[in-house]
Each structure stands twice: as structure tokens, then as C-alpha cells.
Design a protein around this ligand. Structure first.
Ligand code: SF4
Length: 398
């Protein structure tokens, strides 16, 4: 029997009901700030909102699909693989609707208990090919919320595999999207190869190997968990194609591409065996560009709002923290007092407690605060952070 096709839950009559469910993620205040040239003037403080921030179209669509599935299949067991997106507020609300979770490891016993009566939502990052096959074999009703930008990357790496080109994936090996992309880089016959590099340091190791500085054992030890089965650097770094997780840091990806291209030229005398296709999505790029523009202003501090496990938000925090004091917060609850802001430190990869800069206490001049939010952060959370900050700083209540 052919596998059941994913059902389209975005039907007009369902979407109309869902629009009420998801209206809670909107914010009148944020719309007002946007209409006011992305600025909010408060007594003693001016907030500057980035030109592009918050929910992207892919995330909006995934959330709509999750709510529509709950409406359309009310009474059935509805499962979500991992998280629909990386935002704690959105995920907690969906949990409250009764969504159950399937872990990312398909060896988990929960998969064995699935039947044709179950409904399973695939998240915005997509799922690996073997996991989708297993779900199809189980005959579950699939609902697909994979973002179109992620599917474009899959197409790219599948083309590499078909041409005998190894995919070098710039991404986080543990991130759902990178794992799904890696599975697609195996190609139709499951024989394609991939190697994942996380940062410039790892890309340098690959470049060194290509250009002749080789220590095969050390190389394989380092990349053991980040490459395809049977990966052999002698064979599989001959022809390479770059792809990246859609939410990586644009400037880093550009440097990695250039590093690997130079290594191929050094080895071959030409870049004929080097292929590249920039797969950072428009939403990620727009938010990074808007942040660079915002950072040109004389800001006293920057607030970056979003889930700590959100890749695109982490990169925003990383960019801002190189220039000014940056507070990467997941919600207004992180703002305890002027002395105690719970925020995520992107270098140490843990939550820390930081005071606001001295200027917030002295209040001798107008304080300038920048605000941005990752692609998975709803506007209502941005509003809550803005209101809490205004309250902490003794500005008029919003
Ligand atoms: S960040 Fe990009 S790839 Fe991810 S859901 Fe949004 S549009 Fe799609």
C-alpha cells in the first residue's frame, strides 16, 4: 500500500478558527512601535526596535498548522516530533492543548506504539528521511509543517549527492534541521556523503586536510559523529559542495566558503571541484542585517529576545554582544531587577545573572536601548519584555 500523503490542514474554514487562537501572539504595542519608525519614547529612555525582528513566515505557518491540526483532529492522539519551533512560550501553549511529544530518537519505544489512528506533526525544521519512512510504514496521519526554505536546502544536497559531490554542511550537528539535511545528503540511493562543520575552526581542519596537511586519524576522531557512514576524507573531500543550516551566521558562512574554496584551488589549481549555494534563509539574513543597522546607533544596551535553543536568535545575540552589553532573554520573567537580569551567555552557553549597565541606575541622560527578537519569538513576548523593562527602569507604565 502506498504511504498516506500528509494532509493539508490549512483549509480556509479551519484557518478562520485558528486565527483567533494565534491572535494571542500579536501585540498592539509592537505594532505601534513599528508605526512610529520602530522607536518608543519613554521618560528617560528611548527604545529602538530592529527593522526586521520576530516571527518569520515559516514559523507563522508552522504554528498555524499545529493549531489547525488540533482543531481538525480533536479527539485523536496528536503527536509533535520534538518542538514545532524553538520558543518556550509557543511550545507551552501547544502542550496545554494536549499535544503529545515524540522524541527526536526514533529508537524510542513511543514510536513502536503508533498506529494508523495517530496524527503526527513534523516540525518546521523537518525530520530525517529514515524517521519519515518509519512514520509512513506505521500508517500514521502525517501533517507536514516543514518550512519551504529548509526543503530548498534538501534539494540542494540531494543534487550534490546525485552528482557524486560530498555535502559540507555548515550547521550544528545536534540541531534538528542539520540532522534532517544530512539525511537528505545521502541521496536517493543512500550512498551520498556529508561532513558537518560547526564553525571556522572546524572548517580550517577540513581546509588543511584538503590542502595537504593530513592526519587522517586525528581528523576522523574529531569528526566521527559529524559525518556519513563510511566517510573517508581521502575519497570524499575530492569534490565538495557547501550548504548551510538556514539560520547560521551569514558572515561566518561566507568565511567558511572562502576558506574551503581556497583549499581546493591550492590542491587542484582550480575550483572546479568546489560547489556552493548559500542556503541561509531570507528571514535570518534580514534579521541579521537589521541588527547590524541598529548597532550603528549609540545604544547603551541591547535586548535580544527568544528561546535559548533557537539558532537564529543565538546568532543575533552573538552579533550584538561583540559590540555592546547584550541581554539575551527568553521572556519578561528574566527581568528580575535592574541588578538581576537572567540572560543567556552565548560564549559560556549557560544562563547567567547580569546587572543592567551603570547608566540605567544613574539616569543622568536619556538611555538608548536596542531590541530585536529571533524568528521564533512572538510579538506578545516582545511587548512583555518592553513593559517589564520600562517598569524596572521607573518609566511610566505602558
Ligand atoms: S528561520 Fe527561515 S528556515 Fe527557519 S522557519 Fe523561518 S523562514 Fe523557515
Amino acid at each position: 500500500m502506498p504511504p498516506r500523503k500528509p494532509v493539508n490542514v490549512r483549509r480556509p474554514e479551519v484557518l478562520e478558527q485558528v486565527s483567533q487562537d494565534i491572535a494571542r501572539y500579536n501585540s498592539e504595542l509592537v505594532e505601534c512601535i513599528r508605526a512610529n519608525g520602530n522607536q518608543l519614547e519613554l521618560p528617560g529612555m528611548r527604545l529602538h526596535l530592529a527593522e526586521a525582528f520576530g516571527f518569520c513566515d515559516g514559523v507563522k505557518r508552522a504554528i498555524e498548522i499545529a493549531y489547525a491540526t488540533c482543531r481538525l483532529f480533536a479527539g485523536r492522539r496528536i503527536w509533535l516530533i520534538g518542538e514545532i519551533i524553538h520558543n518556550p512560550e509557543v511550545n507551552a501553549r501547544l502542550d496545554a492543548l494536549g499535544l503529545r511529544h515524540l522524541p527526536w530518537r526514533m529508537e524510542d519505544a513511543l514510536y513502536a506504539g503508533l498506529t494508523a489512528e495517530d496524527v503526527v506533526i513534523m516540525p518546521a525544521f523537518g525530520v530525517p528521511v529514515p524517521m519519515r519512512r518509519l512514520l509512513e510504514e506505521k500508517g500514521v496521519q502525517l501533517v507536514d509543517s516543514t518550512c519551504g526554505n529548509v526543503i530548498k536546502v534538501w534539494q540542494r544536497v540531494k543534487n550534490y549527492a546525485a552528482a557524486g559531490v560530498t555535502s559540507i554542511i555548515h550547521g550544528k550537528a545536534r540541531h534538528e534541521e542539520s540532522q534532517a539535511t544530512a539525511s537528505h545528503s545521502r541521496g536517493a540511493d543512500n550512498c551520498g556523503h556529508f561532513l558537518m562543520v560547526y564553525d571556522e575552526q572546524e572548517a580550517r581542519m577540513v581546509a588543511d586536510y584538503i590542502s595537504g596537511k593530513r592526519d587522517r586519524a586525528a581528523f576522523m576522531e574529531h569528526f566521527a559523529d559529524c559525518c556519513s557512514p563510511g566517510f573517508d576524507p581521502e575519497l570524499h573531500l575530492q569534490r565538495i559542495g557547501i550548504a548551510n543550516q538556514t539560520t547560521m551566521l551569514k558572515e561566518e558562512t561566507a568565511r567558511i566558503q572562502s576558506m574551503l574554496r581556497s583549499a581546493i584551488i591550492q590542491r587542484d589549481g582550480s575550483d572546479a571541484s568546489f560547489h556552493v549555494f548559500d542556503t541561509i534563509c531570507g528571514a535570518t539574513q534580514d534579521r541579521q542585517n537589521a541588527l547590524f543597522t541598529l548597532l550603528e546607533k549609540p545604544l547603551d544596551a541591547m535586548f535580544v529576545i527568544g528561546g535559548y535553543n533557537s539558532s537564529n536568535t543565538t546568532h543575533l545575540a552573538h552579533i550584538a554582544s561583540r559590540k555592546i552589553p547584550t541581554f539575551f532573554v527568553s521572556s519578561a520573567d528574566c527581568l528580575h531587577s535592574v541588578e538581576d537580569i537572567r540572560c543567556f551567555d552565548v560564549q559560556r552557553k549557560c544562563e547567567v545573572v547580569q546587572p543592567l549597565p551603570e547608566v540605567f541606575r544613574r539616569r543622568e541622560r536619556e538611555i538608548q536601548v536596542g531590541i530585536t527578537a529571533g524568528a521564533s519569538c512572538p510579538a506578545n513576548v516582545i511587548e512583555e519584555v518592553v513593559c517589564r523593562l520600562a517598569e524596572l527602569c521607573g518609566c511610566a507604565e505602558l
